[in-house]
Design a protein around this ligand. Structure first.
Ligand code: ADP
Ligand code: MG
Length: 448
C-alpha cells in the first residue's frame, strides 16, 4: 500500500508546481491502507486542512491512478488541536506584530429594511418569526441556540437582522456579531495564514469573549470543513456556557448534514429548531403589497395577483419581479396592467417555466431510479442517490435553458460549482462508459 502512495506522490508531483508540491504534498505521510482506503497524515495540521479544501480531487485522482482502482483518501486531521496551530504560529518569525482589525474585517452592517415590522407573516414562517422574536426579547433565556432552516430566499437572513435590530433597540450597548459562516471561515484562514499567534487570540476573543449575541448565517457551508467546525465548536461552547445567545441559519436540518462532527450536530439541536417554507399564494400577495407600499408605488390588486401566481419559488424572486416591473413602468411611463406585467415579466415567466422543467426532470429521474425528489434535492451522498442526482443535473443542464446557479438553487440550494462538477463528471464518464450512455438515452426518451 505504501508503494501506491509513493506512486501517487509522483503523479501529484508531475501535476503541480514545485512550490505547491513542497508546501502541501511533501509533508504528507502514509499511515495505513486497505482494499478501500488509504490513510494519510500531515505533519502540519493546517496544511492538511488546506490540502483537503483545495486539492482533494487531485489527491483522489492520483491515488486512483496509482492503485488502478478507486480508493478513498482519508486525511488524518484528528490530531488538529487549535494549540498546535498557535505553536506553529508563534514559532514563525515576526509573529507578534499587531493584528489589525481589518484583518478580521470587523464591522458588519445591518440592512435597515430587515426588521420584524417588515416581515410578512404566513403559515410558512410564523413559527420561525415567533421564535426569533422570543430570542430578541430575552436573549439566552428563551432558546439557545435557535436554529432556523429553509431554502434560499425565504427570509432567514432577514430574521437574523431583525433580531439584531430589536436587541440593539432595547440595548444599544449589546455586543452583537452577525456573520456568515463563510466569512467566519475566511477570517480564520486569513488569520492562520498570517502566522501570528496574536492573530488567533484576537480572532478567538472576538467571537468568544467580545460577543453577547452571535448570529451566524448559512452554517451549512461548514459541512465537510473539519477545521472550521472545530473552531466553531469551541466558539459555540464558550458562548453557550457563558449564557450568550446563539442563532444559526442553514439550508437544511442538522440531521441532514453530511460531514458534520457529531458533537456539533448534537449542539445544534440543544435549543429550538424551526423551519421556513416557501410562502403560499396569499402570503406572496401580502409580501408584494408591503413591498409596493415601501416603494411608494400603486399597483392594481390583479397585477399583484398575477405576479404572485407567476413567481412562486421564493421571496427574493418575488421582490425582483416587482422591482423590475416598477422600473419598466417608470421608464415607459405606462400604467401597470396585467398585460403590461405579462410583457415585462416575460423573462421571469420563462424562468418559472424553466423551474417547472427542472421539477419535471427531477420527478422523472426520481421515478426512474425509485428514489424521492427530496433525495435528489437533499444532502445524502450515497451512490444510490448521488448518481441519479448527478444525472438529473446533467439533464437539466442539457435540456432546459437553466444556468448552473439556477439548477443549484433548485437542487436544494447547492452552489453552482457543485452542479458544474457533477455535469462535467457525467460528460466525462459518458465518453467511455457505454452502459451510462444507454442509461442516459433511456432517460432522454422519458423526458417530459
Ligand atoms: P435567505 O437568507 O433565506 O436566503 P433573505 O432573508 O435574504 O433570504 O430574504 C430574501 C428577500 O426576501 C429579502 O429581501 C427579504 O427582505 C425578503 N423576505 C423574505 N421573507 C420575507 C417576509 N416574510 N416578509 C417580507 N420580506 C421577506
Ligand atoms: Mg441568507
Amino acid at each position: 500500500m505504501e508503494s501506491i502512495w509513493t506512486q501517487a506522490v509522483d503523479v501529484i508531483r508531475s501535476r503541480v508546481s514545485e512550490e505547491i508540491f513542497e508546501t502541501y504534498f511533501a509533508p504528507l505521510r502514509f499511515l495505513s491502507g486497505d482494499e478501500t482506503q488509504i490513510k494519510i497524515a500531515a505533519v502540519d495540521p493546517f496544511f492538511c486542512y488546506w490540502v483537503q479544501e483545495h486539492y482533494n480531487d487531485l489527491l483522489l485522482n492520483a491515488v486512483t491512478q496509482a492503485a488502478g482502482r478507486p480508493l478513498e483518501v482519508i486525511l488524518d486531521t484528528e490530531a488538529i488541536e487549535p494549540e498546535a496551530l498557535l505553536t506553529r504560529a508563534s514559532l514563525s518569525e515576526g509573529g507578534d506584530e499587531d493584528i489589525k482589525d481589518e484583518l478580521l474585517g470587523s464591522s458588519f452592517t445591518l440592512n435597515p429594511h430587515y426588521t420584524f415590522e417588515n416581515f410578512v407573516l404566513g403559515p410558512n414562517n410564523e413559527m420561525a418569526h415567533a421564535m426569533s422574536a422570543a430570542v430578541a426579547r430575552e436573549p439566552a433565556e428563551a432558546f439557545n441556540p435557535l436554529f432556523i432552516y429553509g431554502g434560499t430566499g425565504l427570509g432567514k437572513t432577514h430574521l437574523l437582522h431583525a433580531i439584531a435590530h430589536r436587541i440593539l433597540a432595547a440595548n444599544p450597548e449589546a455586543r452583537i456579531v452577525y456573520i456568515s459562516a463563510e466569512e467566519f471561515m475566511n477570517q480564520m484562514i486569513r488569520v492562520l495564514t498570517q502566522k501570528s499567534a496574536r492573530g488567533m487570540e484576537h480572532f478567538r476573543a472576538r467571537y468568544r469573549e467580545s460577543c453577547d449575541v452571535l448570529l451566524m448565517d448559512d452554517i451549512h457551508i461548514l459541512e465537510g470543513k473539519d477545521r472550521s467546525q472545530e473552531e466553531f465548536f469551541h466558539t459555540f461552547n464558550a458562548l453557550h456556557s457563558a449564557q450568550k445567545q446563539i442563532v444559526l441559519t442553514s439550508d437544511r436540518t442538522p440531521k441532514e448534514f453530511q460531514d458534520l462532527s457529531d458533537r456539533l450536530r448534537s449542539r445544534f439541536t440543544w435549543g429550538m429548531l424551526t423551519d421556513i417554507k416557501p410562502p403560499l399564494f396569499e402570503t406572496r400577495v401580502a409580501i408584494l403589497q408591503r413591498k409596493a407600499i415601501q416603494e411608494d408605488a400603486r399597483m392594481p390588486m390583479e397585477v399583484l395577483h398575477y405576479i404572485a401566481r407567476t413567481v412562486s419559488a421564493n421571496v427574493r424572486e418575488l421582490e425582483g419581479a416587482l422591482t423590475r416591473l416598477l422600473a419598466f413602468a417608470s421608464i415607459r411611463k405606462r400604467p401597470v396592467t396585467v398585460e403590461f406585467a405579462a410583457s415585462v415579466l416575460g423573462e421571469v415567466v420563462d424562468e418559472a417555466r424553466v423551474v417547472r422543467d427542472i421539477t419535471a426532470i427531477q420527478q422523472m429521474v426520481a421515478e426512474h431510479f425509485n428514489v424521492q425528489v427530496s433525495d435528489l434535492c437533499g444532502a445524502r451522498r450515497m451512490k444510490a442517490i448521488a448518481h441519479p442526482r448527478a444525472l438529473a443535473m446533467y439533464l437539466c443542464r442539457t435540456h432546459t435553458r437553466s444556468s448552473f446557479p439556477q439548477i443549484g438553487r433548485d437542487f436544494g440550494g447547492r452552489d453552482h460549482s457543485t452542479v458544474m462538477a457533477a455535469v462535467r463528471r457525467i460528460a466525462q464518464e459518458l465518453e467511455k462508459d457505454e452502459a451510462l450512455k444507454a442509461e442516459l438515452t433511456k432517460l432522454e426518451r422519458k423526458l417530459p
